[in-house]
Design a protein around this ligand. Structure first.
Ligand SMILES: [Fe+2]
Length: 343
């Protein structure tokens, strides 16, 4: 064999041998989302794209972990529920803007950071659960109504400090200012049937057991309770409840929502794969999965909702940009302390 031929063959062999590691496209993500929800989405993405997805599930402190790792941080993407957790990562200056026509066309402006540093994948309406008989239809219509003294001793909620309630209170500060929000929160506290405790489903249970007639809770829990095969008693809790969407009148601000969302990390080593995954999560297929598996509201228009969730009716959502909610979270947490909401 000629020398040049041998060299060429050697090169081809070397290239072939190194091919598997070069060809293994991947994307790495930090996620607050439950594995059971995420896995079907990831499997569908990998099947379609050939890109492997490595997930590190995190409980809290993602921003601190990323900061500590610096340039060695292995993650490309952050996936969270609640704007607060997403904004922690943004305010630590860890997110890069994403330029994607898909994202721009699918995600409405109020569900995106003004510079595309984060954006929503689903929305999560924080609604009012009322007892079907003990609260008449149309008797409670506005978030302001929760502070009406006529509901004294009839409202249940989880801690005011939980991120879901912080988001709600922050939205009221953004809309009406701190002083008005404080007056409202004091009014709601005066109406509580018991000290704030438990999660959202515990409030549905409390309505079922007659401890209160009104509670604050995320709508997707209605689906989680209705279909709960492991704890069928939760179906009874849900069956007792009428979901009330707030501020639906013409000119009203609309129902408060929070989001699940994502952001691309500045230190991402696979930014193109990360954007491909984000675009996939906004596809019809993935958005339908979010709606059927976790009962959240898709951000993509025209996705079919779960049949049970459909029976709960449709609503007009608040179009306040979620960044305005994030910006008022600290003030909201302070108000919870000032009025002693959890005491
Ligand atoms: Fe939740």
């Amino acid at each position: 064999m000629e020398r040049s031929m041998r060299t060429l063959l050697g090169c081809v062999l070397a290239a072939t041998l190194s091919l598997p590691s070069m060809a293994q496209e991947e994307v790495n993500l930090y996620s607050y989302r439950q594995q059971s929800l995420l896995q079907p989405l990831i499997d569908a993405f990998t099947a379609e794209s050939g890109i492997a997805v490595n997930v590190v599930h995190a409980e809290k402190g993602i921003a601190q972990k990323i900061q500590a790792a610096g340039a060695n941080n292995p993650a490309d993407l952050v996936l969270t529920v609640d704007i607060g957790r997403l904004d922690d990562v943004r305010s630590a200056d860890l997110l890069a803007p994403v330029n994607s026509e898909v994202i721009d066309s699918v995600v409405p402006a109020h569900l995106r950071h003004p510079d595309n540093l984060w954006f929503a994948l689903t929305t999560r309406a924080r609604v009012i659960y009322t007892h079907k008989d003990r609260v008449a239809e149309g008797e409670l219509n506005s978030i302001a109504d929760l502070a009406d003294p006529k509901w004294k001793g009839r409202i249940c909620t989880r801690s005011g400090k939980h991120v879901y309630n912080i988001g709600l209170i922050a939205s009221i500060i953004a809309e009406d200012g701190e002083a008005a929000a404080q007056t409202w929160l004091e009014g709601v506290k005066d109406n509580l049937a018991r000290k704030p405790q438990g999660n959202d489903r515990a409030q549905a249970k409390a309505i079922f057991e007659g401890q209160c007639d009104i509670a604050i809770g995320n709508r997707y829990y209605m689906g989680k309770m209705h279909y709960n095969a492991q704890s069928p008693e939760q179906k009874d809790w849900a069956d007792n409840i009428r979901v009330v969407y707030l501020d639906q009148n013409i000119g009203g601000r609309g129902q408060h929502i929070n989001i699940s969302g994502a952001g691309l990390l500045k230190t991402a080593k696979n930014p193109e794969n990360a954007v491909a995954l984000l675009e996939f999560l906004l596809s019809e297929q993935a958005q339908a999965l979010y709606a059927s598996a976790n009962f959240e509201e898709p951000v993509r228009a025209g996705i079919k909702t779960d049949p049970y969730i459909e029976t709960l009716g449709d609503f007009k959502a608040d179009r306040l940009n979620l960044q305005a909610i994030a910006d008022n979270r600290e003030a909201a947490a302070k108000l919870v302390d000032v009025v002693g909401f959890d005491l």
